[in-house]
Design a protein around this ligand. Structure first.
Ligand SMILES: NC(=O)c1ccc[n+]([C@@H]2O[C@H](COP(=O)([O-])OP(=O)(O)OC[C@H]3O[C@@H](n4cnc5c(N)ncnc54)[C@H](O)[C@@H]3O)[C@@H](O)[C@H]2O)c1
Length: 316
């Protein structure tokens, strides 16, 4: 198939491109590189089935596609708080542009939304039919609310035009190709531990998180897009194993063989207390659940980070 991946030079997008190329598809990756990196797609340039276009998807452009993975959007707190207007526009105007193209070309469409659509949830674990608890004017609203609008647009194209669309709400995902200093828990902890610096916990460490290894997530995205009877559906994809932030810090220190201490700083505004997906729907409809263990995924991620931190051997 001819497949467009917006945000394909980002962390998850680059793994989606790799998977689609492995399966023999023609992949067009469109990315501004605002939070992504050439490095993530460097290996694909020798593949004649891969094309990269540096372009902002809020602006029209010509392409042919039978399926569109619309993943473009800053995703980390640092990424979206530094680029709030760009984030709002890519999830609203950018989603509209991509949906219009999907409609004209009768292409399948997948929108990557986020667990942040649930805000600081009052229900645990979060099911797809929970409407969320979101601050519409806080510093995270540029991301949370624009993702919610992107979902609304996606559902209207399904209802109004019977477009073959689906929404995936991604929960914390980690792995190689993520940005090192993007304010997310796992990259922060690994970078600090590999440098033997103190690990920074925001809050007292009792907040909980569940993390999904990127290969598991990509498998879920493929099933959500290509399995029959997924049009018009919303799926949570993430890991259900919940741990405290303190436990993650301790595990990473151990797996990195680091001598780092842990320091506690005040909680960040609107940072949710708990996050855990209910993935019953993905299990039932997609036959999907994560398989990579926390230790296995973290070790692979740590090895990749090790290769990315310059002069690490002189630090250790
Ligand atoms: N990583 C996670 O844990 C997570 C969790 C929930 C949702 N998501 C969603 O998954 C998608 C990918 O996230 P990620 O972690 O890979 O983030 P990322 O920042 O690494 O990748 C996003 C990519 O989109 C590109 N981009 C941003 N605005 C663009 C625009 N206007 N035009 C073209 N390209 C643009 C960026 O340059 C970047 O390469 C995002 O939509 C994000 O909201 C990710």
């Amino acid at each position: 198939m001819k497949i467009l991946v917006t945000g394909g030079a980002g962390f998850i997008g680059s793994h989606v491109c790799a998977r689609l190329l492995e399966e023999g598809h023609d992949v067009l990756c469109v990315d501004t590189l605002i939070t992504g990196s050439e490095r993530n797609i460097a290996a694909f340039h020798t593949d004649s089935h891969f094309t990269f276009l540096k372009h902002d998807v809020t602006q029209p452009f010509e392409f042919e596609a039978e399926a569109i993975f619309h993943m473009a959007s800053p995703a980390s707190p640092v990424g979206y708080m530094e680029n709030p207007i760009e984030t709002i526009l890519v999830n609203s105007q950018g989603t509209y542009q991509m949906l219009e193209q999907a409609r004209k070309q009768k292409a399948m469409f997948l929108y990557t939304s986020t667990s942040e659509a649930y805000g600081d949830p009052l229900e645990h674990p979060q099911r797809e039919d929970y409407w969320g608890h979101v601050n519409p004017v806080g510093p995270r609203a540029c991301y949370d609310e624009s993702k919610r609008l992107g979902e609304t647009l996606t559902m209207e194209y399904y209802r109004q035009f019977q477009l073959n669309t689906r929404i995936v709400r991604i929960f914390n995902t980690y792995g190689p190709n993520s940005q090192m200093e993007d304010g997310r828990m796992i990259p922060n902890f690994i970078t600090q531990a590999l440098k033997n610096e103190p690990l920074t916990i925001y809050g007292d460490g009792s907040k909980t998180r569940s993390i999904c290894y990127v290969s598991d997530l990509v498998e879920g995205l493929m099933r959500a897009m290509f399995k029959p009877h997924t049009a018009g559906e919303i799926f949570n994809l993430g890991n259900t194993e919940e741990h405290t932030v303190l436990e993650f810090a301790q595990t990473i220190i151990k797996l990195c063989n680091a001598s780092s201490s842990i320091v506690f700083e005040s909680s960040r505004i609107d940072d949710p207390e708990r996050r855990r997906p209910d993935i019953t729907k993905a299990r039932t409809m997609l036959g999907w659940e994560p398989h990579v263990s926390k230790e296995e995924g973290l070790l692979q991620t740590i090895e990749w980070f090790r290769t990315q931190i310059p002069n690490l051997s002189t630090v250790l």
